[in-house]
Design a protein around this ligand. Sequence first.
Ligand SMILES: Cc1cc2nc3c(=O)[nH]c(=O)nc-3n(C[C@H](O)[C@H](O)[C@H](O)COP(=O)(O)OP(=O)(O)OC[C@H]3O[C@@H](n4cnc5c(N)ncnc54)[C@H](O)[C@@H]3O)c2cc1C
Length: 499
Amino acid sequence: MNRRDFIWQASSLALLPLVACRTEGEKTHFPITVHSDMTIGHTILQHPPQKTDKILTTDCLIVGGGIAGLSAGVALAGKDREFLVCELSDRWGGTSGALAYDNTHIAQGAHYELQYPQHFDEKLLHFWENLGVISYNKTTAHWEFEDEKYIIAGDKEGKTWNGKAFRDDVLPNNAEAQAFLAYIEENFLGKIKLPTRIMAQELHYLNEVTFLAYLQKQFPRISPELLRAIDYQMLDDYGGTSAQVSALAGVYYYGARPYTADENVAFSPPQGNYYFIEKLLAEIPKEALRLGRMVYKILPAKDHILVETLNTATHTIETIKAKKLIYAGQKHALKHIFPQDYKLFQHTERAPWLVVNVILKKPLEKPVFWQNEVVKDNLAFLGFVNSLAQGESRQVLTAYFCFKPEDRPKLATYWANYTLQEIADFFRMAQKDLATQVESVFMQVMGHAMAIPTPKFLWNDANAHRHDSRIVYAGADNARLPLMLEACDSGLEATHLIL
Ligand SMILES: Cc1cc2nc3c(=O)[nH]c(=O)nc-3n(C[C@H](O)[C@H](O)[C@H](O)COP(=O)(O)OP(=O)(O)OC[C@H]3O[C@@H](n4cnc5c(N)ncnc54)[C@H](O)[C@@H]3O)c2cc1C
C-alpha cells in the first residue's frame, strides 16, 4: 500500500471512537486532517457492537442534527414537547457543519445566505426573526440580517478565474448573458418563492424538464461560454449541471431575487451556516441533545417505535422507545435502517462534496475577495472562500469540490496538493511558495451530501406515501432544493405532521 492510499484509508477506516485522523501528508510539510462520517455505518458490519440494557423513552425522536432536525427540535421545544435529537457525528450541523479550531469555528460546508425577499414564506421568516437572525426594516421594506458584520462588502464579493483571465461575475459580462437575465427577470421575478412548497401551481411545469432542455428551447443558440458558466452555478448550488437539474431549480437560482441588484446582500459568517446551527442549538435544552448516536434500526411496534442506536464512543447499542419519529438524516441509509420506506427515496441522485480548509501561518499579500470562483475545464473544483473578506485576521482558504456521484474523492494528499495548486494559480504564485505558508489542512468528506434536484424531484414528498404515520421525513433531500431555508422548512413541516 503506498503512502497516499494509507492516508485515505487510515482516515476513512479510523474506527471508533475516532472518525478523524491526523497525519503528515506525502511531500507536504503540514498536517492534513480528514474527517468523514461515511464509514461509521460500515463498522457495525465489521465489528458487531455489544447490546446494553439501557432503554430511553421519549415522546419524539429526531434522527439527524442538521438544519432540518434541529429546526424540528426548536419547534418541539417551543411547544414544550419531550424529544431527543440523535446525531451520528461528533459535531452538529451536517452539511452546515464547521470545524472547531483554536477556539473558533471554520465553515466546512454551507457558507452563505442571501437576503430574503418579502415574497418568501412569512412563517419561516418569523422563525428566524424569533431566533434573532433577521428583522424587518419598515423603512427599506427588506428583511435584514441582524449581525451586519457578517455581510460581505460589495467590493469584496468575488472574482472569477477561467484559467486565462479574471472577471467580476461567473456569468460573462456580455449581451447574451444580459438578455438571459432580462428574460428570467421579466418572466419570473416575484413569482419564485421559498420554500418551494408554496410555489404557485402554474410554475410546476418547470419541474418536469431539465434546465438544459428549457434553455435550449428559449435560447436555441445559447453559447458554450454561457452554458459553462450556468453549469458552474448549478453545480455550486445544486450538485448537478444544467443537464441534471430541473428547470425549476435553474429558474429559482436566477429569478428568486434580482440577480444583479445591490439589495442582493450576501451574509457569510466565518463559521459559515454553522452560525444558524448555533442559533438553533441555543433554543434546545441540552438534555435533549445526543452527539455520537447513530440510529441504525427503526422497528415500529403497536404502542411505540423501538429504535436501536449505536453509541459511537462506546461502540454499544442503546435502545430508545419513542411514540413518534422525525427522520432528518440522509435517506440513502434507510435501506438498512428502515427498508420499508427506502423505496420512496431510491431514485434520488446524490452528489458527494469535499471541503478543504487551508489554514495559513500569516495572511498572504494578495487581493482579498470572498468567493474566488474557478470556472475551468475541471468541473469538480469550484474555487475557494477567503476568510479575510469575512473580517477575520487569520487567513483560511476554504475550497469546495463537487464530484459526480460515481466519482468520489479517494486520496487525501492528492486533493490537498490539487487544492494548493489551484489556489496558487488563482493568486498567480508558485505552489511551493503557497505550501510554505500553510499551517494545516483539514478536509471534510461528505459522501452523500446533497440530493440533486433532478426533474420531478420537487413536490414528490415522501410523507404522502410513508409506511407508518408516526414516522415523518424531514430534510432538504425530501423533495426540496438543497438550500438552508428548505431544510429548515421541512423540519418545521415535519413537526406539524406528528403533533
Ligand atoms: C458543500 C455544501 C455547501 C452548501 N452551501 C450552501 C449555502 O451556502 N447555502 C445554502 O442555503 N445551502 C447550502 N448547502 C445546502 C445546505 O447545506 C443543506 O440544504 C442543509 O444544510 C441540509 O440540511 P439537512 O438537515 O436537510 O441535512 P444534512 O445537513 O445532511 O443533515 C443530516 C444530519 O443527519 C445526520 N444523520 C444521518 N443519518 C443519521 C443516522 N442514522 N443517525 C443519526 N444521525 C444521522 C447526519 O450526520 C447529518 O448531521 C450546501 C451543501 C453542501 C454539501
